[in-house]
Design a protein around this ligand. Structure first.
Ligand code: SF4
Length: 106
């Protein structure tokens, strides 16, 4: 039987490269989706702006895609790469966004 000539460090490096390559489609998808903004609130009134601000809505969730607007029970999806809506927060809502009222889809 032939003994492997790869050192432990080389094996670990190769494994890390494979992990990075494997996650590229997810990273590219996230980059593509986050390249548009949902921050045009010019049509909103004071109360809607205040609520949006109080709930700390932002276009990019600090918790990752699993806990973003597109995974929230209140999100109303639009076409791909367009801002959606929300039944709680008025105005354009980014699918990768987040606010403090996030609730998992039921
Ligand atoms: S409630 Fe908040 S987290 Fe949920 S869709 Fe609306 S803005 Fe996004």
């Amino acid at each position: 039987m032939r003994k492997s000539t790869l050192s432990r460090r080389e094996m670990l490096g190769a494994t890390m490269h494979l992990a990075v390559i494997g996650s590229l489609p997810l990273l590219l998808n996230a980059c593509t989706q986050s390249k548009f903004h949902c921050d045009d609130v010019s049509g909103l009134g004071e109360d809607d702006l205040a609520l949006r601000s109080a709930l700390e809505y932002r276009d990019l969730s600090p918790h990752g895609e699993q806990k973003s607007c597109s995974e929230c029970a209140f999100y109303r999806a639009a076409k791909k790469n367009e801002c959606g809506g929300c039944t709680l927060v008025r105005g354009p809502i980014h699918p990768l966004g987040y606010c403090n009222s996030w609730a998992a889809k039921g």
